[in-house]
Design a protein around this ligand. Sequence first.
Ligand code: ADP
Ligand code: MG
Length: 704
Amino acid sequence: MAKFWKPGTEKPRLVEDEDGGVVFFYSSSSSSSSGFGYSNNIESQRRRLPVYKLKDAILFLVENHATTVVVGETGSGKTTQIPQYLNEAGWADGGHVIACTQPRRLAVQSVALRVAEEMGVRLGEEVGYVIRFEDVTTLGVTRIKFLTDGVLLREMMDDPLLSKYSVIMIDEAHERSISTDIVLGLLKKIQRRRPELRLVISSATIEAKSIASFFRGSKKHRGTGDKLEPNTEPAIISVEGRGFNVEINYVQEPVSDYLRAAVSTVIMIHKQKTVGDILVFLTGQDDIEAAVQLLNEEAQSFDKSTGELLVLRLYSGLPRTEQDFVLSPTPRGKRKAIISTNIAETSLTLEGIVYVVDSGFSKQRFYDPMSDIENLVVAPISRASARQRAGRAGRVRPGKCYRLYTEEYYVNKMSAEGIPEMQRSTLVSCVIQLKALGIDNILGFDWLASPSPEAMIRALEVLYSLNVLDDDAKLTSPTGFQVAEIPLDPMLSKAILASNELGCSEEMLTIAAVLSVQSIWISVRGAQKQLDEAKLRFAAAEGDHVTFLNVYKGFLQSGKSSKWCQKHFVNYHAMKKVLEAREQLNRTAQRLGMMLKSCDRDIQAVRKAITAGFFANACHLEAYSHEGKYKTVRTSQDVYIHPSSVLFRVNPKWVVYHSLVSTDRRYMRNVVKIDPSWLVEVAPHFFQFLETSKLSNSTSDFAV
Ligand code: ADP
Ligand code: MG
């Protein structure tokens, strides 16, 4: 079991940031804003939030400054209160809308629901939200609108100046998601054309200063304080938290298995019998499920006096009902242990947390432009993240944070801040969106953090090969503009456009909808065999995409029955999302003038359409490979079919894949069998180039 050590004294004190920066949590004599499960009336609860005291100051700054940066710790009321203050002050009058963006969809929904509750209105009326494939707003009625920054970016395609919004609040800007960074760059441009637009940018850390200086206009002028001519100098306001002291405990020796260490730490806390919920930060669905199972097993051996431990999971793909349960108050006499991804780091307010267990890791996206592979990998978090995580423990009373790494590691090895997502992702979608907004000089764009030139060149290459960009790196017409219009990865959008010509658009829309949800299968630990058998009933020899069509057909034939789903290990909740996504894609397709058509049993058309989008992901089986080793056509890397694929162990000679994951090996996920002659047919320029260069040794395979 992990042993902890607490540096410093235990008496309540300021916890200084080692980098000499902002103070994050400290003790306070004032009473807590909420108790355990006692429901107060909403109005008095709102007044007790730290942000309330600054209401007038915030409104004053927003009125007089084009940009206001609000810094404050999680739970101080930034997200739920500021949009309401703005609404009360009249910023949504005259048909205007107040927008508030979040980097995560789950946060969008949960925050919109909370604000609607506080205002006593029905969700979708005065307060609404929009996430990809889901619009819960009413035109002319919605005054406060929560949305992802990705959705805001899309809205700019129809309305480049975002003219319906009077104030746009970019929340959680410190997370520096790729969409947040792009949105901030574009908003800076929009501000010049719309001086009456106000920006509120909320951030939880020292990022605030760099964001404020980014918005500092080149030409400083004080303005008249007039609504149309505000001061262009950004204002920064800091919301003092009302957090309590958080005692930090480190492990004495590095732990070899953070999952087991997390589990034993939870048990240790629980056996101490003090009050308060536990929040555990792990990395992803897999290790969360494993920890939940281990904890539930341990809980069986508790004696009566130990008290009940409710073990809950929290990650972004979680079904709604489970999510609500996590966010609702803890039943009296019980203790919650919430096992979460870093979604609980800042986006969500969890009441009642007194203990935090921090694994020191999170799942992060990393992109390597040389191999052109983007991976989600488990990587160490930054000190800024570690402090955020610890801060979640001091919300209701003094708390404790157990870090599953040594203090030496924290001080000397952890990086101070994370790398912005912009610098560790593929830029394909980013480039196409900027191009669609008429921004041609992408390298010269005013970036908050410049992307790497290698990644940029890769993205341009991919888009050029898809015929989305022309020789002058401008969007092609109509293909480029159409691809940009479809809210999917450009390869998938291209496959949809190709399906129109091949007469299988009905099928392709279904496949695209399925690929846009995390998984349509129910994953039950320990029931892998049953799941595999269930999959076999739908399995198509052509590959995973065709298998999805079989599942979808079965689901429709069952009358969209949840019982049917359960019987076949299909995730009912995911299938409902598939229906919604398909409905939306259907509308987009019609807007683009596509004629929806089914190819019935001509599955070859579907495979060709997929190839037309994903030809760059073509792979061929190594001639003498007994273990199913493939080579990617483009970069000659070793890849294997993922065990979850219906083509696992089948190993057709040529395939294209939808995505790659790296664990011990590089695995292709969602694979479809193709005929190599199609490659030259759908992308002649691309494969000609490859044939004459890298591919010379495998060109013979083309003659299959
Ligand atoms: P911030 O954006 O500063 O992190 P929020 O506005 O999200 O803070 O939350 C402010 C307070 O509102 C929280 O401390 C909590 O008391 C309350 N709150 C927010 N969301 C919920 C919710 N879903 N259920 C109950 N209380 C909530
Ligand atoms: Mg917030």
